[in-house]
Ligand binder design. Structure first.
Ligand code: NAP
Length: 248
């Protein structure tokens, strides 16, 4: 018998949940609790942290979890590391569903850097209009470069004051190429700071930047421990069904 846990919060996790529900596989969908109104899922859903590695391992035991699919965002490193450790500790098999990183295409003007602090350092010296497409928990270091005018985009309106004044767009996406071009043109965006999330959902801003010949400061993905990883929902389903046949 399978009882899967999907660590979610991404478009891919939603696609996976739909397929798992359609296949009639017993599963729980888990949200981290960052957005105020998360999308409904066709599976029983829980929201909020587990309490680190030990809390997650306890959850597996308590809920009889037999398989874990880590479909979190590629920059949700703490959750992914906890999943590797808790699965190793309890012997529960783990698979990551993660799209490949974006690869620079002809016409892209990327400055590839390893982390947020390097992104702050890579900003131009003279004042510029900068679209910070990086998530609210990572914006604080940009307060050290107040000469720039920042545009931020969040799913929910900010609850606390921001560390600097900014033009805030509240929108959930998905974002189209036309929409991103319009947003960048009307705000005269000259620089973009983005994380290399990969996949199609967040790609429009990168395509728009290429079309407008704008520089993109691209933050590389953080390193994660070795784990079984696939890129498609179909491969996760195959893995689950194969293991179900083996009784594993
Ligand atoms: P993170 O830094 O890796 O996680 C911080 C803590 O939040 C984890 O240690 C865990 O708490 C809890 N957590 C995270 N994801 C969880 C999940 N799916 N279910 C239950 N608990 C979870 O993660 P993050 O970058 O804040 O991202 C949080 C959520 O937002 C994830 O589900 C991710 O897929 C989604 N998301 C993130 C980004 C991003 O840019 N990072 C973008 C889109 C969506 P405990 O240690 O207490 O278990």
């Amino acid at each position: 018998m399978i009882r899967a846990l999907i660590l979610g919060g991404t478009a891919d996790a939603s696609l996976l949940a739909a397929e798992i529900a359609r296949a009639g596989i017993d599963a729980v969908y888990s949200y981290g609790g960052r957005t105020r109104t998360p999308a409904d899922q066709p599976l029983p859903t829980r929201i909020g942290g587990f309490g680190g590695v030990s809390g997650l391992a306890d959850y597996f035991r308590r809920e009889g979890i037999t398989h874990v699919i880590d479909a979190t965002h590629p920059f949700a490193t703490e959750m992914s590391r906890n999943a590797v450790e808790a699965c190793a500790e309890t012997g529960v098999p783990l698979m990551a569903l993660e799209r490949s990183a974006w690869v620079k295409a002809p016409g892209d003007n990327w400055i590839e850097i390893p982390d947020v602090n390097a992104a702050v350092a890579a900003l131009p010296k003279s004042p510029a209009k900068v679209f910070l497409a990086i998530g609210r928990q990572h914006i604080a270091p940009f307060a050290s470069r107040p000469e720039h005018a920042y545009t931020l985009r969040f799913v929910d309106p900010p609850e606390k004051p921001l560390p600097f004044t900014a033009d805030v767009i509240v929108s959930r996406g998905p974002f189209t190429l036309e929409g991103e071009l319009e947003m960048m043109r009307t705000r005269s965006i000259a620089w973009i700071v983005a994380r290399n999330s990969g996949g199609d959902g967040a790609r429009a801003k990168i395509d728009a930047a290429r079309m407008l010949s704008l520089p993109v400061i691209m933050i590389a993905r953080p390193r994660l421990p070795e784990r079984l990883r696939v890129e498609s929902v179909a491969e996760v389903l195959q893995w689950l069904c194969h293991r179900a046949r083996l009784g594993a």
